[in-house]
Design a protein around this ligand. Structure first.
Ligand code: EZ4
Ligand code: CO
Length: 436
């Protein structure tokens, strides 16, 4: 009994054309690939893939301050490679773009691949009628613990900002503070007083050049423990408190700061030192038991290899958007799970609602979820990206809409034109460029 299919399967693998591989897409191909740029309070780059059956999928490709590089990568070098491909072959497409580029890794390449990966997951979810988390193994929890961003120039404003977050339902709060003697610093709402300003949101610092901030690590290290002492005393022992060091300390300084914060029982200290040198974290670990979160500027599993195998971190900070998409970040999390390292995915407002939705689907499905960063996007942003995820009693949920659950409104998006906006740069008081 020989059928055509049997005959195909017995043929040498090398003799089969790519299109002959068994697929569930039943002849459907990728027909259209569009790169959408919009600026509803900040710039976003979105990939939209449409199949020959008319199903669309969205992917986030936003790299804050370098947006147009990813636009070109996708439009000039990826779009035509996708046309005609089988949209269901997500892993194969990932490998085709990663290995096929020859030039591996890097934030631009990995964000472009991430957008394709997200869009194909979105399509597969829509076609099967399932939210993406179901394709990843289904929910392993009711909802995702989220943390918000409290900040202030002085203690009273910080308290007020924490209170506001608690009123909004947050059960975990990041605390950033101004430093006496320094001007505007990372993570503190420019408007100072609570409510009026959310630090990274508006203004999006539009302009052709970055603004400059001033930094003094010793002043910061002296001041920060006094703030956490006050916040812990005010809000009691239960509330999870987080802090972002934003890559500014040496490993030795990071260890010292971690030690001085230990009495205040932080949930995590983030980016305590630049981590291109992964071995540097050995020194931090030797000095402090402070839980550590790293990886928002990483883009591949290789950036984590030493950090994970030597258990030098506690939380993986990557964004789906900047780390090769759901497919690749899932691999990082499975690798991390061998070492009891959990997720703490990056979720500032420069991750689009599409990227945020992808993080929520992944976070709901993986066993080693830890916490999810969450800041509500502006109303303008949410008018372009119609989301179906929810934030209820401090827990996020991606929703049960098939796919990622985000729709793009072309008309709303077209009303907000791209304009250059850069992240600030940082100088020490003597003028030396420092990590921002
Ligand atoms: O500076 O998203 O933890 N969050 C952060 C962010 C990053 C911005 C960079 O685009 O560090 O605020
Ligand atoms: Co950070």
């Amino acid at each position: 009994m020989t059928t055509d299919q049997h005959a195909d399967e017995s043929a040498p693998v090398g003799a089969r054309a790519q299109g002959d591989l068994v697929s569930s897409a039943a002849g459907t191909t990728i027909e259209r690939v569009e790169v959408l740029v919009t600026n509803p309070t900040r710039n976003f780059v979105t990939l939209r893939i449409t199949t020959s059956d008319g199903v669309t999928g969205l992917g986030d490709a936003t790299v804050n301050g370098r947006e147009l590089a990813v636009v070109s990568y996708l439009r000039d070098h990826v779009a035509h490679l996708l046309e005609g491909r089988d949209p269901w072959r997500i892993e194969d497409t990932w490998q085709y773009l990663y290995r096929g580029a020859y030039w591996r890794r890097g934030p631009i390449t990995m964000s472009a691949i991430a957008a394709v990966d997200m869009a194909l997951c979105d399509i597969k979810g829509k076609v099967t009628g399932q939210p993406v988390y179901q394709l990843l193994g289904g929910a392993t929890r009711a909802g995702l613990l989220a943390y918000g961003h409290a900040s202030g120039a002085e203690i009273p404003q910080i308290f007020e900002s924490v209170h506001e977050h608690l009123e909004e339902g947050y059960r975990a709060v990041r605390v950033q503070t101004a430093v006496p003697g320094l001007g505007q610093v990372y993570g503190v709402a420019a408007a100072g007083a609570s409510g009026a300003g959310r630090y990274d949101y508006e203004p999006a610092r539009r302009g052709l050049r970055p603004t400059e901030e001033q930094w003094d690590t010793r002043a910061y290290m002296r001041h920060l423990p006094t703030v956490f002492e006050a916040v812990r005393a005010e809000f009691g022992p239960e509330l999870p408190l987080l802090h972002d060091g934003h890559h500014r300390m040496t490993p030795n300084q990071a260890g010292q700061l971690g030690r001085s914060l230990e009495p205040y029982d932080l949930f995590w200290l983030e980016d305590c030192t630049p981590a291109e040198n992964q071995e540097g974290l050995r020194r931090v670990r030797a000095l402090t038991s402070q839980p550590l979160a790293i990886g928002e500027i990483f883009n591949s599993i290789w950036d984590y290899q030493t950090l994970i195998t030597e258990q030098l971190i506690d939380y993986v900070r990557s964004a789906v958007t900047h780390t090769g998409g759901i497919t690749h970040l899932k691999k990082i999390m499975d690798f991390a799970s061998l070492y009891q390292i959990r997720s703490g995915f990056h979720g500032p407002t420069d991750i689009s609602p599409v990227g945020q939705a992808a993080a929520l689907h992944l976070g709901l499905a993986i066993h080693n979820f830890g916490i999810q960063e969450y800041m509500r996007h502006s109303d303008e942003t949410l008018s372009v990206f119609r989301t179906s995820y929810t934030f209820t009693d401090g827990l996020l949920h991606p929703g049960d809409t098939p796919g990622l659950g985000v729709e793009y409104d072309d008309e709303a998006g077209a009303a907000f034109e791209y304009s250059p906006a850069y992240l600030p740069v940082n100088r020490l008081t003597d003028g030396t460029m420092h990590d921002w």
